[in-house]
Every structure is written in structure tokens, then in C-alpha cells.
Design a protein around this ligand. Structure first.
Ligand code: FO1
Length: 318
């Protein structure tokens, strides 16, 4: 990969972070910028928590808990246990080390820095060589509408209610007023290749795409997406269940279809290779490979393949 090529990745939580890690290991300093969903952000105990940004940063810094994918490795739980003993809210598990990060982020935000500036500062402190940009500095909150007519904050749906309620749709509160971050626009405008990581299209990538001006920029670019759905299922998270509840066939084809207005290339798993011709029929070039990332080597191999595929489209001027 030529060192002057600029790569932008759009990511949500665990699946996105794994591919971002592979890209980070493959690309040189400063080549990779990762734009991360903040629709899952919320406040607890007065602390600002940004789960997807943290999952991406911990993963890039080699600090992620390998069992959960979120939170920190070798975590301790003194505060969480003490909180549980005194009857405090314990549905969202915050480890001691993770808590320290939320405290420091909140302190920096209160000192007047933007979420982008705070994230840059924390990345430097964690030794991350790539650029990580929250999608916006303004509050956008993903709301999950359920069949029993409730409107759940994303973490209430995902963690407190363990994705059990049947969904009827999503809202992104604040999306009309929010502006994409300055570096988000700059990164996408200057990118030679944009990679949509294998994250949930509805709740991880759509909030980024629905910010004003984003789709207009990426329509002019080479955009390649990696399917988060393999054999009709998701490796982690509720994407396949959401597809079913929304009346959409939970398969990789529908992921490509969801992005069809701007997608040039689509990476799908070998298990789904019979879907490749349907993807081609959408005018999107398919690339079939093993997309499950069980090991660190898998992340790097997939990242290399996706970059090669994307750069070939770039060279052909597609
Ligand atoms: N996910 C859970 O399923 N249970 C938790 O208790 C939990 C705590 C948590 C703490 C910090 C953090 O950054 C993430 C955490 N997550 C937890 C994951 C998080 O809810 C999801 O990664 C996303 O928001 C979906 O991408």
C-alpha cells in the first residue's frame, strides 16, 4: 500500500473495531482515520460514556477485553461491586480502569474541549498512532422503537433489556441539528478509499451516514463495505434479529442493498458466495473471502484483502 494513500474507515463497536485493528497494523502512521458512531453515547453517574469510541480505542491500543470485545483487559471491579452492594444501578458494567477513562473524558469535556479534541488527547495518551474521530461533537442519540410502543435509549435496549424487545424502527435524536465533525468531513473528502467496517448497518453506520452532507461526499468516492452478516447470522450483536423484525431477509445481500446508493464494492463471506451474483446485479462489485475474525492474524489478513480489493477498484477508476 502506497504510503500517501489515505484510508477512512466507518465503524461501530466490536466488529468494526476488529477490522480497524487489522487496518491499523497494515497501514503506516497517519494513513488511517476511523470515524466512529456516537449514537450509543450516554451519561451515567454524570460521566460521559462513548462505548463505540472506547471499543475502537481500546482495541487499537491493545487494551480491549478479548472475551467481551468491549471494556478493558485485566479489568478490576471494585467500584462496580461496591456500587452493587449499596443498591446502585448495576445494569451497565463499568470496570475500575474503564471508569477512570470516563472520569477523565468528562473532566476534559467540562474544561471546554470538544469530544473530538478529548478523543485526540486520550488517543495520544493510549499510544494510538491512527486518527479516531467521533462522528460529531453534538449529541445524537439512537432511540429504538419497540413493538410495545416504547422508545428505548440504545444502551437500555442493548444492555438493560439485552436486545429482547422486538424493534419496529430507529430514530436518531439530534441528527437534524448535529454537524459532522470538521475532521470527519476533511477525512472523507481527502480519502482515496472509504471502508465500512462489519458493523450493524441500522444502529452503528446509519447514524454516521445520516449526518448532513456525509452521503453527498461519499457518493463521489470508492466505498467498500464488509458484511457483518454471515450465513444469515451476526457474529456478535442483534443485527440479524433486527433485520427479521423489520421484515427484511437477514442476509449479506440486504446489507449491500442498504448501502447501494453509494457502494462500489462489497466483501462477503465464502459461506455466502451464492449471494455474489445478486450483489453484482445491484451494480456493486462483490469480493468473496473468509470474513470471520477469530484471531489477530484474521484481522490483519482481512484488512489486507479489503485494502487490496478497494485499491484495485481505485486504480481501475470505478
Ligand atoms: N455491553 C454489555 O452487553 N453489557 C455491559 O455491561 C456493557 C458495559 C460497557 C461498558 C463500557 C463500554 O464502553 C461498553 C460496554 N458495553 C456493554 C458494550 C456496549 O453496550 C456496546 O458495545 C455498544 O454500545 C454496541 O456497539
Amino acid at each position: 500500500m502506497e504510503k500517501r494513500m489515505k484510508i477512512a474507515a466507518l465503524a461501530g463497536g466490536v466488529g468494526g473495531a476488529k477490522l480497524a485493528y487489522g487496518l491499523s497494523k497494515t497501514l503506516s502512521n497517519g494513513q488511517l482515520s476511523i470515524i466512529v458512531n456516537t449514537g450509543d453515547d450516554f451519561e451515567l453517574f454524570g460521566l460521559y460514556i462513548s462505548p463505540d469510541v472506547d471499543t475502537v480505542c481500546y482495541t487499537l491500543a491493545g487494551l480491549a477485553n478479548p472475551l467481551t470485545g468491549w471494556g478493558q483487559v485485566d479489568e478490576t471491579w471494585e467500584v462496580f461491586q461496591a456500587l452493587s452492594r449499596i443498591g446502585g444501578p448495576n445494569w451497565f458494567r463499568l470496570g475500575d480502569h474503564d471508569l477512570a477513562l470516563h472520569m477523565e473524558r468528562t473532566r476534559l469535556l467540562h474544561s471546554g474541549l470538544s469530544l473530538t479534541e478529548v478523543t485526540q488527547e486520550l488517543c495520544i495518551r493510549m499510544g494510538i498512532k491512527d486518527h479516531v474521530y467521533p462522528m460529531t461533537d453534538q449529541p445524537v442519540r439512537t432511540i429504538v422503537n419497540t413493538v410495545d410502543k416504547r422508545k428505548l435509549q440504545f444502551q437500555e435496549y442493548f444492555v438493560k433489556e439485552q436486545c429482547i424487545p422486538e424493534v419496529t424502527g430507529f430514530e436518531f435524536s439530534g441528527i437534524e441539528e448535529a454537524k459532522p465533525g470538521f475532521y470527519v468531513i476533511k477525512t472523507l473528502t481527502e480519502a482515496d478509499l472509504i471502508i465500512i467496517c462489519p458493523s450493524n448497518p441500522w444502529v452503528s453506520i446509519d447514524p454516521i451516514l445520516k449526518l448532513s452532507g456525509i452521503v453527498e461526499i461519499i457518493k463521489k468516492k470508492i466505498v467498500v463495505a464488509v458484511s457483518p452478516i454471515i450465513g444469515g447470522k451476526t457474529i456478535k450483536g442483534p443485527a440479524a434479529k433486527m433485520f427479521l423484525e423489520l421484515g427484511i431477509e437477514p442476509g449479506c445481500f440486504e446489507v449491500a442493498n442498504h448501502y447501494k446508493d453509494f457502494l462500489k464494492g462489497f466483501v462477503l463471506d465464502s459461506q455466502d458466495q451464492e449471494e455474489a451474483s445478486r450483489v453484482s446485479d445491484l451494480g456493486i462489485i462483490p469480493f468473496v473471502t473468509q470474513t470471520v475474525m477469530r484471531s489477530m492474524d484474521d484481522r490483519i489478513r482481512l484488512a489486507n484483502e479489503v485494502l487490496e480489493f478497494g485499491m484495485n477498484l481505485f486504480r481501475k477508476g470505478i
